[in-house]
Design a protein around this ligand. Structure first.
Ligand code: WQD
Length: 343
């Protein structure tokens, strides 16, 4: 069975491609390589001793994408392609809405035209806005109190997928709401390769541990959390990839929604301490002002995915820090020198 992975050369995509290949699926990666590298596809092939069909294509261009996919036979699609930096989305909303929504509309039109009825969509816990409960399950309200176009684009796309199913009852879709993906494959050959200054906590901590950056800026320590710093649900990227395989194996007509999280919350200082332990390096930090739009805690209730997909996170924060550090040490410049010091 062949699966199309849009954005398959990216951080989540490359790990998901590896898990699918190891499970015996054939994989076609479609990527415009605007925020990823073909090198990651080469490394996946080396790690799995399998070949990966790769299409360099802009999914935002329907004619180009339809032409590229016309000759490809695939039974399911996992849609990961999209812009995902919260702060960037606030500065450039039209680029985010255009890229994330138009590329999804194009993919959905192509799936319909080819009668490919299986879709797994990369959504985000950001759609929950400001959490109203200690742990968030899939019944938590979405689309309210969202603070950025990135999160709103994900909530809109979820609704678009529901509307497409309403017009196409045979369509089988799963929406996976990621919490905070971290870590890397145990080989250290693939991992997160942010361009420029990392927006997310762990890749920034990794670069401080590597001596590439002076110290971690801790965005506020006056939250209603045990140590005052933000608490999040960090999920190992390999557990996340396994979640996509489980979703693929449980597709049914309709639109099912699952949180992919560990159900455990860790603070910023917990992460810094775990990383220092895993790397054996100092990780200096300074407390700064809170970041606009941040909330104090975001923790999943993953019990629905546990029950319905037979999936749960198996790897710990320590595993993620160890695996992230191995990747950082082996690839100090990310893939093809994408790290820059500019603060
Ligand atoms: C984690 C914690 C920060 C950086 C975002 C998106 C989400 C998903 C994951 C795409 C928070 C603190 C961070 C730093 C810090 N993205 N922090 N210093 O904001 O929970 O989620 O990324 O899918 O959709 O919303 O992740 O890693 O940016 O922050 O103190 O340099 O670390 O305040 O408490 P976040 P994050």
């Amino acid at each position: 069975m062949r699966v199309l992975l849009t954005g398959g050369a990216g951080y989540i995509g490359s790990h998901t491609a590896l898990v699918l290949l190891e499970a015996g699926y054939d994989v076609t990666v479609l990527d415009d390589f605007s925020n990823s590298s073909a090198e990651s596809v080469a490394r996946i092939e080396a790690l799995t001793d399998r070949s990966v069909q790769t299409i360099a294509c802009n999914l935002g261009d329907l004619r180009e994408a339809a032409q590229a996919l016309q000759v490809i036979d695939f039974e399911a699609a996992i849609h990961l392609a999209g812009f995902k930096a919260v702060g960037e989305s606030v500065k450039n909303p039209s680029a985010y809405y255009r890229n994330n929504i138009v590329s999804t509309l194009n993919l959905l039109d192509i799936l319909r035209a080819k009668n490919v009825r299986e879709l797994v969509f990369s959504s985000s816990a950001t759609v929950y806005g400001v959490p109203q409960t200690e742990r968030i399950d899939e019944s938590h309200p979405t689309g309210q109190g969202l603070t950025n176009p990135y999160g709103r684009s994900k909530a809109m796309i979820e609704q678009i997928i529901r509307d497409v199913h309403a017009s196409w009852p045979d369509f089988k879709a799963v929406l996976l709401r990621y919490f905070n993906p971290v870590g890397a494959h145990e080989s250290g050959r693939i991992g997160e390769s942010p361009s420029g200054v990392p927006n997310n906590l762990m890749p920034y901590v990794a670069q401080v541990a590597a001596g590439q950056r002076e110290s971690v800026k801790v965005f506020g320590d006056a939250y209603a959390t045990p140590d005052g710093t933000g608490v999040r649900d960090y999920i190992h990227v390999m557990d996340l990839a396994d979640g996509h395989l489980a979703a693929l194996q449980h597709l049914e007509p309709g639109v099912a929604t699952y949180n992919l999280g560990s159900g455990i919350g860790y603070s910023v200082l917990d992460v810094i301490g775990a990383y220092a332990e895993a790397s054996g390096k100092d990780v200096p930090y300074v407390i700064t002002e809170p970041r606009a739009g941040d909330v104090s805690r975001v923790i999943a209730d993953p019990s629905r995915a546990n029950q319905m997909l037979g999936w749960s996170a198996k790897r710990s924060l320590d595993d993620a820090c160890r695996d992230s550090w191995r990747w950082q040490k082996q690839n100090p410049e990310g893939l093809q020198g994408r790290y820059t010091v500019a603060e």
